[in-house]
Design a protein around this ligand. Structure first.
Ligand SMILES: Cc1cc2nc3c(=O)[nH]c(=O)nc-3n(C[C@H](O)[C@H](O)[C@H](O)COP(=O)(O)OP(=O)(O)OC[C@H]3O[C@@H](n4cnc5c(N)ncnc54)[C@H](O)[C@@H]3O)c2cc1C
Length: 297
């Protein structure tokens, strides 16, 4: 394999926003779709498990040896915007803040909410990332993927995919997302779009521990409840396990106060789940995806 895009025994802790992670047997950051495809074919040929990560902003990776190949898409960031039709074609590694700001500058409406989400487009499709009633699925037209078991490439239209609150079909199949086509409303008011986008980012930084290492909301909101409120009602704000702490700013965030291990964070997740289950009878389902634990990756 091309050594320039490939490392062995690679420490992943700087590849997650919460700054913990294990050591990948093989690691690569392809710069193009061809390299990405080549890496997936390589993993199949050598019978190596292949796991895709984006910006690692929704990921808890156990501090263990991760067998197989981990591919990070962050360097696949080609973005084409047609301001007249509103059609956008973007590779999996395009960051949502870049996308959101570029849409506003091109007078396209509908992506202003995404400015404060520090993930890639691929990760956002996989997670159906969003805020309030808005989520990525709304503007999706189609997704280009490669089946990471058979190497088959295909383009899937939105109508053939399922999306729900922080859920997409990709959480239950073997597809690696290569790129996507999206549609946004053209001819918006430039000043208004730029201002709304700025305001959305400001709101995020004022209400969430945005500058501290975290992976965003830890748990999904259960039907008719807010996870943050349930955690707060348990008196857990500021509660710590080792270097992992429940944020005092937003109770559904765990922050790494510089010395947390993956185990500390995992244990804190379990403590929260147990307390809320015992006292409220509600099971909090993690939104965060896990690699190297018993939870689904
Ligand atoms: C400060 C902060 C604020 C946040 N705010 C929000 C918010 O408001 N709303 C929200 O929804 N989320 C939020 N998040 C969570 C996170 O940013 C989103 O879930 C984001 O979409 C994850 O993208 P990522 O590239 O970081 O994915 P990763 O964390 O790298 O991966 C997440 C999952 O997607 C899979 N995946 C990633 N890329 C691909 C690909 N190309 N093909 C197949 N599978 C892939 C991974 O295997 C993994 O299972 C926040 C996180 C932080 C740190």
């Amino acid at each position: 394999m091309n050594k320039a895009i490939f490392s062995e025994n690679f420490n992943l802790n700087t590849y997650t926003t919460i700054k913990v992670g294990g050591v990948a047997e093989y690691f690569a950051e392809p710069r193009s779709i061809d390299e990405f495809y080549y890496l997936i074919k390589w993993s199949n040929l050598h019978n190596k498990r292949c796991q895709i990560i984006g910006a690692g902003s929704n990921l808890l990776i156990n501090n263990i040896f991760i067998q197989g190949l981990v591919i990070c898409t962050k360097k696949m960031r080609s973005l084409t915007i047609d301001p007249y039709s509103g059609i956008v074609e973007a590779e999996a590694g395009v960051m949502l803040p870049t996308l959101s700001n570029s849409l506003a500058k091109n007078r396209l409406q509908g992506g202003e909410w995404a400015v404060g989400i520090p993930g890639t487009l691929g990760g956002a499709i996989y997670m159906n990332a969003g805020t309030g009633d808005l989520s990525l699925a709304k503007n999706l037209v189609s997704v280009k993927v490669v089946n990471n078991k058979t190497n088959e490439k295909l383009e899937i239209e939105k109508k053939d995919l399922n999306f729900d609150y922080r859920f997409s079909s990709f959480q239950g199949n073997n597809f690696a997302i290569i790129s996507a086509k999206l549609h946004f409303e053209p001819n918006g008011n430039l000043e208004k779009l730029i201002q709304t986008t700025k305001n959305n980012l400001k709101l995020k930084t004022e209400t969430q521990p945005y500058d501290q290492p975290s992976f965003g909301s830890v748990f999904k909101n259960p039907a008719n409840y807010y996870a943050a409120k349930l955690i707060e009602e348990m008196g857990l704000k500021g509660f710590k396990v080792g270097g992992a702490e429940i944020s005092t700013m937003h109770s559904n965030f765990i922050i790494n106060n510089s010395s947390a291990s993956s185990k500390d964070i995992y244990e804190l997740i379990t403590v929260i789940q147990q307390k809320v289950l015992q006292n409220k009878g509600i099971y909090l389902q993690p939104e965060v995806r896990m690699i190297g634990f018993d939870y689904p990756s």
